[in-house]
Design a binder for this molecule. Structure first.
Ligand SMILES: [Zn+2]
Ligand SMILES: [Zn+2]
Length: 262
């Protein structure tokens, strides 16, 4: 396709022939007439280096000169095109850059001229400060909570120890109460024995008194009468047997029991 732009559109057929047919490139004598379709000059078959496509879509012979010019033109045009493309790209980039810069400036202006933007910045700064303060307060609260937890545990332990002490004291108190109750029972038992003894005391006294009185009297009678000793002893034996048979509730019961047993 490049060739279309480069190649001479009208291949000229050489109209003039010199007397001597020589190649325009290498100056060798031509055996038969031959020419380059692009410059139209006589050229030998060795110096026809290429066949290039022309406007008529057909391939035409091209001499070495024309081929060099052709390649140079290809190169130059290619470079020119690249240069143009680069320039265009650069211009486009510059335009875009300018646009961006313009947008940036206008945005900056809007920000600077907008009182809300300043307020927003201040608000953000205030929020940051609030967050720092809140974090600080939160940490304080957390440490306080930990202290409370520790106190709670200590209090719980102390309460448990106190409860244990109270239990021990209760057990000891119960033991003391049991001992006191036992002592009380024993005392009551003794008191009952004493009461019983006291209740029987008048009877015993009366018994003793009557026995002593009778004994004394008999003695006195014997002494005063001066009777003989064997009679006195006999009388005493009779008195004693009478005393033994006299009512003493306990003795009677015991005697009855003995009777029952036998
Ligand atoms: Zn030649
Ligand atoms: Zn030529």
């Amino acid at each position: 396709m490049l060739s279309e732009q480069i190649v001479n559109p009208e291949p000229r057929i050489a109209t003039e022939f010199e007397n001597k047919l020589v190649c325009n490139v290498c100056e060798d004598e031509l055996e038969r007439p031959n020419h380059c379709d692009f410059c139209g000059k006589s050229t030998c078959s060795n110096c026809i280096v290429k066949r290039r496509k022309s406007k008529d879509d057909a391939f035409h012979p091209v001499c070495e000169y024309c081929e060099r010019i052709f390649l140079e033109r290809i190169l130059i045009l290619s470079v020119k095109k690249q240069k143009e493309e680069l320039t265009n790209s650069l211009e486009q980039a510059n335009v875009e850059l300018a646009n961006k810069r313009q947008q940036l400036y206008s945005f900056k202006n809007v920000l600077q001229n907008n009182p809300d933007s300043v307020t927003s910045e201040q608000k953000i700064q205030k929020l940051d400060e609030d967050i720092i303060e809140a974090t600080y307060q939160k940490n304080i609260l957390l440490s306080q909570q930990q202290e409370i937890e520790i106190e709670k545990i200590e209090l719980k332990q102390s309460n448990m120890e106190k409860a244990q002490n109270v239990d021990i004291k209760q057990v000891k108190l119960q033991e003391t109460l049991n001992k006191a109750q036992k002592s009380k029972d024993e005392l009551e038992d003794i008191q009952r024995q004493i009461d019983e003894f006291l209740a029987n005391l008048p009877i015993l006294e009366a018994e003793q008194k009557s026995a002593i009185t009778q004994l004394d009297f008999s003695n006195y009678e014997q002494i005063f009468r001066g009777s003989n000793l064997p009679e006195l002893m006999n009388q005493q034996a009779i008195k004693q047997s009478q005393i033994m048979q006299q009512p003493s509730s306990k003795k009677k019961q015991e005697q009855k029991k003995e009777c029952n047993i036998f």
